[in-house]
Design a protein around this ligand. Sequence first.
Ligand code: TRP
Ligand code: ZN
Length: 885
Amino acid sequence: MRTDLAQPVRLADYRVPDYLIDTVDLDVSLARTATRVVSRLAIRPNPLGRPGVPLVLDGEDLVAKRLVLDGKKLAASAHRVTPDGFTLLKPPETPFVLEIETEIDPTANLRLMGLYRSGSAYCTQCEAEGFRRITYFLDRPDVLSVYTVRIEADRADAAILLSNGNPRKAGTIAGTDRHFAVWHDPHPKPSYLFALVGGNLGSIHDTFTTESGRAVALGIYVEPGKEDRAHYAMDALKRSMRWDETAFGREYDLDVFNIVAVSDFNMGAMENKGLNVFNDKYVLASPETATDGDYAGIETVIAHEYFHNWTGNRVTCRDWFQLCLKEGLTVFRDHEFSADMRSRAVRRIADVRTLRAQQFAEDAGPLAHNVRPDTYREINNFYTATIYEKGAEVIRMLKVLIGDDAFRRGMDLYFERCDGTATTIEVFLSMFEEAAGRDLAQFARWYHQAGTPKLHVILDFDDAKGELLIELEQTCPVTPGQNHKEPFVVPIAFGLLGSDGSALPLQPVDGCLSEDEAARGLIILDERRRALRFGGLTERPVTSFLRGFSAPVRLDAEADDEQLAVQMAFDPDSFNRWQASQTFAVGLLLVSIAGIRSGRAPYYDAAYDQAMQKVLDDAEQDPAFAALVLSLPGEADMAREVGHDVDPGAIHVAREALKAKLGEALGDSLLSLYHKLEDKTPYSPDAAAAGRRSLRNAALDLYAAGNRLKGNVLAQAQFAAAANMTDKLAALSVLAQTPGTARDKALKAFYESYKQDALVIDKWFALQAMQPDAGTLDHIRALMEHPAFSIKNPNRVRSLIGAFAAGNPTQFNAADGSGFAFVAQTVIELDRINAQVAARLLAAFKSWRSLEPARRDLALQALQSVANTPGLSADTADIASRSLA
Ligand code: TRP
Ligand code: ZN
């Protein structure tokens, strides 16, 4: 196998920087293909570093034009400079000023890291290592500097000039049509938080007054003409700013806060100090173009980037191994924000679904890694579900373990002590050790051991004594490089129910639960095994483990249909009511899948639709919750449950059959619910209205599965009449499930209505890419030639190719290997354009080892075809080699 692997970077090799950069003065002259950057750096030896060693600055794809040390041109013998680095051989022992002029070509920058063009604007992306593509620098997060940035441009080319911090000065350059703006950011920051934007942008403005009375000017900049689509984002921003004050006591700290939306962006958004840059998908919304899901996504991402101002910017990471210090914590904060803005239970279920779909799958395959990794070859590949989602779950567990008050005291201490520093997970945890007066060494294993622990539960009811014996055991599968795992601290929120659904008091026998545990309904499992005994029971109770999904583990507990039905109807914990419905369906599907593989018909049990009928009867009390119960576990969820020797074809058949049976059995109720929930009032994106739409559309989808013809008639009518994108797209997705002229007509009509709108066309691409019928791959190949598609735009790639690889399990895993070969080929092509996005697409192969042997061989061949491609980027070579290891 040939690879182009970079040398690994190891946490154990961390050394403080030998030099510090106190101030950075940047002077940027924007021009389409030759932007000039003059950087003046005030540098001094770090008293904690090695004295006298050469100063080595990072660079990438740079052309050095001028190098000046303390006002004197640098002699050739005093330095080395290449496009990829600069070395000052014998730096002065006292503070000095280094001036470097570089030239860069933003138009040629298709990697979208550093300074690049998006539409008609200039913008930057520096996390994680993009600043070195702008100028030579100590491009590492533990070098904090105060930045002053002057930007100059042709007024016609870029009327708006933005950077971090506060505006200081602006003006025209006499006798020319050029103008300039100067920005100053008083808060020392690492280079990855630098940002600059120039362009002819439309904007909306508002103000926010902080708790202590500081007025902040807010601006959101978008493509001209799209201003009216930015109001929801502005509203979400103001709510985020207020929430961080109330929930965490964190105030904003500059005079301005700006957001810029661009259409070419590698990820969701970026928290640059005072100047967040967003993928426009997470800013722009109107009822006609954005779904309820899009509105919810905007709310969380706006909040997430804003919350980084404290968790990430004021307190930053010492090195990239500590990425979860800012990301896990900030995801936790945005989850809490969304829970407060909407329904807590519904948000929790949605977040856990994402965690399981993305992180559990990652943790179970060759790309598994620690929440705090100790080695990497390409940091871009570590912006993963494990860092983000599992990182957030670890914080949530910490809060449960030490309690809300100690958690808040720990957070306060963290901000107080660590403000203005670049720090580590160890320091973070020590704040909570101090606040809670408790040792967290064992808890820290969640950061150091990969893999999803499994919680095995054995139950034994003693009729004579009226006692329930519970034996708990935790195990954790091996992951790359980790064969042995020490036990985790697993908080298990727990309760007992009677067969009539009543909540039973916990009566631990022989003090098997501590008083605190008993009072909180919490079992803290911190050894491999623990046995518990509960008494005072007149019948075998129904057990409810992991309420609210109190730990990111897989639960393996026996429960029969009757017990699950009781839980679905009565568990006081809504998460577990939903979970019981899923567990019920998973049980049926597992039997069905095994049967289909040995030639039997799909399996069904009417007890399931009776339990679901009850949910439907109460559906209007909490429509958003009921909608989640009505959506069956996905095919990828089932692949994870099956675990090995996976046949995605059989999973698809089993799931479709179950859905059809259920839709048929519940047909009348679904239909009447569908009609009852029709909403004639104007669209509002609030959670209650969105919840009713989601239930109505879930009812339509399920009804159509069991009553295809009548369902399609309803969907046709909804498609024609819908005044908002949520209902329009839901109808289209029902129609798309039946190949034929009706579907083609609807898709064509949709395209004609929205062809001006790239973000809507992305939905159109994704929907087609996810159809499970055999014609899909050829259709995708044709769509890649469509004028609306461009392989240079990450949103287009994600919506057409990414949706196929991650959202079409039958065709991506097609038995002839065509899906694998297609994605591999596309990765190779894309790698030359945008390596970061290519590597992410290749990670869709993360579950290949769990497939049945024939498909596994085909996936292996596809992965090898990527790994053997000469000239592969470090990003893609890293994913390919880890996937194959
Ligand atoms: N820090 C960003 C966030 O999570 C992530 C991000 C944005 C990013 N753009 C990136 C990471 C480019 C790597 C590369 O909020
Ligand atoms: Zn983030």
